[in-house]
Write a protein that binds this ligand. Sequence first.
Ligand SMILES: [Zn+2]
Length: 118
Amino acid sequence: MAKWNGISKRRKNNVIEFGKKLVRRSKSTCELCGESGRSLSVYEVGKTEEKADLERCIHICDKCKNTIKKLNKASENDLRFLNHAIWSEENTVKAAAIHIISELEGENRYPWIDQMEH
Ligand SMILES: [Zn+2]
């Protein structure tokens, strides 16, 4: 997760710049669940490094973001977007879905994940 305190302004500008590119790439839909008409924000997959990397950024809606933030509380229903994201043509989105699934598998309490093709 991004921690803005102490991180250079340049990095923040990077993310804003990525935001514009992501709007184009995502066509203003959530890249995880595919919903449009929701407020979208930039989310960095994995650990945060000094230099923001577009290859690790996805454009997601607040609902998906909240689900990712509270993965340990997410229900099967909350995680339906993974079925959409795992088939994304965008490698970053696919990688994000795999990353989320691997975290869930770490939790070891989602047997239904095994039934998902990945
Ligand atoms: Zn979404």
